[in-house]
Design a protein around this ligand. Structure first.
Ligand code: SF4
Length: 343
């Protein structure tokens, strides 16, 4: 087998407590679209259209001009963003300008590694060629089953599983003469009993990494079956200890398709700015994000609007390097000091 069995996170990690406050976020996730071609039953996209509207959800692609603006804004950071991940509420390949977007971001010279999550159903030979020329570093495919029937059950889509495999295989073969890596994962609920081996056998020779993940309840507005429980994070890791200080606002940002910015992998709220009127550099160093960080470090998470009943907190990989509960006072003193010297 060519692939290794591995979750899609880096195990070589830095202790956050030693580096906060960071001059630039380690990672930025970006939504290039809120349009999706399928409706997986565990995803926000599966809920009723009128309810989506009520929640302020708008199915749209990001404006290419906004990407150019973002690429320019990134240049203010003193160092490069280690990882830019294209993910969120839509399917990146549904955006016809996607390859151009990756090219603009990578050409900014401020992004070390750029990757994207896809269901791969819109992959064609032509798109494979364009993607491999776009500056991308990694494609992460999320499968919803091992045959057309399972796809129909999980995401209501009529697909040709054979075509999907052929396109993935073509991407893999073409990527061998480049530095682009391919990761393929499937969620536990998309496999029937005993199909773990079938998944590995089928995809182990057309990927660099393969992984069987865990489906977790991620969205407040989705009704989850009792098969989907919050015992672990999406990598199947159960937390050794409950933690209170959410580490995400200290190392990442998420940019929505309308330019709104969140301090974490929750794709809606809290919103700490919008890149149309404030640069991402100023948002990272701004008062709204500072207040969230301060309150988290003062163990006041439940007093922060939206963080109080956060559905995403337990999705975070519980790496010990990111726990801040036992050093909250020191970290708070450091961020206060940095804030004063920036005024
Ligand atoms: S507690 Fe939840 S909503 Fe608040 S910053 Fe962390 S992940 Fe985001």
């Amino acid at each position: 087998m060519a692939a290794i069995i591995k979750a899609n996170y880096d195990t070589n990690r830095t202790y956050l407590r030693d580096v906060i406050p960071l001059g630039a976020p380690y990672s930025i996730s970006l939504e290039v679209t809120r349009v999706c071609n399928i409706r997986c039953n565990y995803c926000f996209q599966s809920i009723d259209g009128s309810k989506k509207k009520e929640l302020g959800f708008e199915a749209r692609h990001i404006d290419l001009k906004l990407i150019e603006t973002l690429a320019e804004q990134l240049k203010k950071f003193p160092n490069k963003i280690k990882s830019m991940r294209i993910c969120g509420m839509g399917e990146p390949l549904a955006n016809p300008q996607f390859e151009q977007i990756m090219n603009i971001l990578k050409s900014s010279g401020k992004v070390e590694d750029i990757s994207f999550f896809t269901n791969a159903l819109l992959l064609t030979h032509e798109r494979t060629q364009n993607l491999l020329n776009s500056g991308m570093d990694r494609m992460l495919i999320s499968l919803q089953g091992l045959n057309a029937e399972k796809y129909k059950e999980v995401c209501g889509a009529d697909i040709s599983f054979e075509k999907l495999i052929n396109e993935i295989k073509y991407f893999y073969d073409m990527s061998r003469s480049t530095n682009v890596k391919l990761h393929i994962k499937i969620a536990d609920i998309s496999l029937k009993e005993g199909e773990d081996k079938k998944f590995i056998d089928l995809f182990g020779n057309m990927a660099d990494e393969v992984f069987i993940g865990t489906t977790v309840p991620m969205f407040k507005s989705v009704e989850y079956s009792n098969k989907i429980m919050q015992k672990s994070n999406q990598y199947g890791v159960e937390p050794e200890n409950e933690f209170e200080v959410c580490p995400q606002p200290f190392y990442m940002l998420h940019v929505q398709a309308n330019g709104d910015v969140n301090p974490c992998c929750d794709y809606f709220k809290p919103v700490v700015g919008n890149i149309i009127d404030t640069s991402i550099y100023d948002i990272w160093n701004g008062d709204r994000l500072y207040e969230i960080r301060r309150m988290l470090l003062e163990f006041k998470r439940k007093a922060i609007d939206y963080c109080a009943d956060c559905p995403s907190k337990n999705l975070i990989v519980h790496h010990k390097e990111e726990h801040l509960d036992d050093c909250a006072n020191e970290v708070l003193a450091n961020i206060k000091k940095a804030k004063i010297s920036n005024v």
